[in-house]
Write a protein that binds this ligand. Structure first.
Ligand SMILES: Cc1ncc(COP(=O)(O)O)c(C=O)c1O
Length: 398
């Protein structure tokens, strides 16, 4: 059975859940995946025949595309994983040992906090720096928390609840000066804003990304870019197609960290998504999302009984907004948005209880809208009128 949402509904779909995963994907993404499946087929780096060689070529093209998003980093230091969660886990388990100290923030996603809590239970210690209620952080508080045993700083570039952009460059300078590795979770920024961390200078940094959000790739794609001054050990060992005469793991990137057959059909789609971004220009995409955020904040601020969280400034956040309506639960709002208005949102705690504690919305959570380049000002207008109806109890009328 095929589930085709377009055929099931008579109304336009308003997809505001791009912070979870982006939709729709640019045509390019589907074209690249189709081309791989129909015309390329082979397993990259595994065989000498032309289908395998062509697969290796398109995989390298995908690495080249990722490199363009991350300031031209050497492609051999781009490692593909199935998502940012995997990339973060590989780094944390490689860089932290019992007795080590790690600094992080109070707005980190569970993809950071859960492995950190596990590592804490086996002897690492954590300093969780409190962010302000708008989700931002004072880099000086990070500086003050550095100890002799600090072996890592982990920070999100923009949190996924309020969209607040953190002062990552300032933190990178502190980390560079103190020669401490800095792992940056770019899940919500890669593809939507310029990542102003050049790894040829900030060689102590790792930029971890996921492919299926603002980079427009399919799910199952992601990775990390590793600065020259960092060495990461594998979490998974196995076949790489290289050094097949040896039964020990190769010690060079990317093979060292890419065991097992790679998600090549997904990664060509990721390349398609990044090519779309580069063709449009990231500044244009950013400007469009800023416009959507600006209009939403402006119109929502004029309505009584609405609380918006975060900086409420399009320049200080990505295309993410969290809000609540009066005393109506976020799940109720999300239910009506979906059922009556065909608006897809995400409600609750967004895999980030810490960020909700920080902004004061734990445990009830918020309604989150995540905009993308494919959303329009007209959709924002429509969502505002839908929210007004829900607020006034008119959502059940026809
Ligand atoms: C800030 C942040 N970090 C990590 C993740 C995890 O992303 P993925 O599920 O693609 O690994 C997300 C996704 O929601 C996120 O928003």
């Amino acid at each position: 059975m095929t589930y085709n949402i377009k055929n099931n509904l008579d109304k336009e779909i308003i997809y505001f859940d791009n912070a979870a995963t982006s939709w729709p994907k640019p045509d390019n993404v589907i074209k690249e995946i189709k081309n791989y499946l129909e015309n390329i087929g082979g397993s990259p780096g595994r065989s000498g025949h032309k289908m395998s060689i062509n697969a290796s070529r398109v995989l390298e093209d995908a690495r080249e595309s990722v490199s363009k998003i991350f300031n031209g980093i050497d492609t051999s230091r781009i490692i593909f994983t199935k998502n940012v969660t995997e990339a973060i886990n590989v780094c944390l388990f490689s860089l932290l040992e019992p007795g080590h100290h790690v600094i992080t923030s109070s707005v980190e996603h569970n993809s950071v906090m859960r492995p950190l809590r596990y590592l804490e239970s086996s002897g690492a210690s954590i300093s969780k720096i409190n962010c302000f209620t708008d989700g931002c952080i004072d880099p000086d508080d990070i500086k003050k928390s550095i100890k002799r045993k600090t072996k890592l700083i982990v920070l999100t570039h923009a949190n996924n609840v309020t969209g607040t952009i953190l002062p990552i460059k300032e933190v990178a300078l502190i980390a560079l000066e103190r020669n401490i590795p800095l792992l940056i979770d770019c899940a919500q920024t890669a593809g939507s804003i310029l990542i102003d961390i050049d790894l040829s200078k900030f060689n102590n940094c790792i930029l971890a990304f996921t492919g299926h959000k603002s980079l427009f790739g399919p799910t199952g794609t992601g990775g990390m870019c590793i600065g020259d001054n960092i060495d990461i050990s594998p979490l998974i060992y196995g076949g790489t197609g290289s050094k097949s005469d040896e039964d020990i793991q190769p010690n060079f990137y990317p093979d060292k960290l890419e065991s097992g057959t790679i998600n090549i059909s997904g990664l060509v789609g990721l390349k398609g998504g990044i090519d779309f971004i580069n063709d449009k220009g990231i500044a244009i995409i950013r400007r469009h999302e800023e416009k959507l955020v600006k209009m939403f904040i402006k119109k929502m601020s004029q309505i009584e009984n609405v609380t918006i969280y975060g900086p409420k400034d399009p320049k200080k956040q990505v295309g993410i907004i969290s809000f609540n309506l009066k005393d109506i639960s976020s799940s109720e709002v999300g239910f009506f948005l979906d059922k009556k208005y065909n608006i897809m949102s995400r409600i609750g705690l967004h895999c980030n209880p810490n960020a909700h504690e920080t902004i004061g919305t734990f445990p009830s959570g918020t309604v989150r809208f995540g905009f993308s380049y494919f959303n329009s000002l007209k959709q924002i207008e429509y969502s505002i009128s839908a929210l007004k109806e829900i607020l006034n109890g008119k959502e059940s009328s026809n």
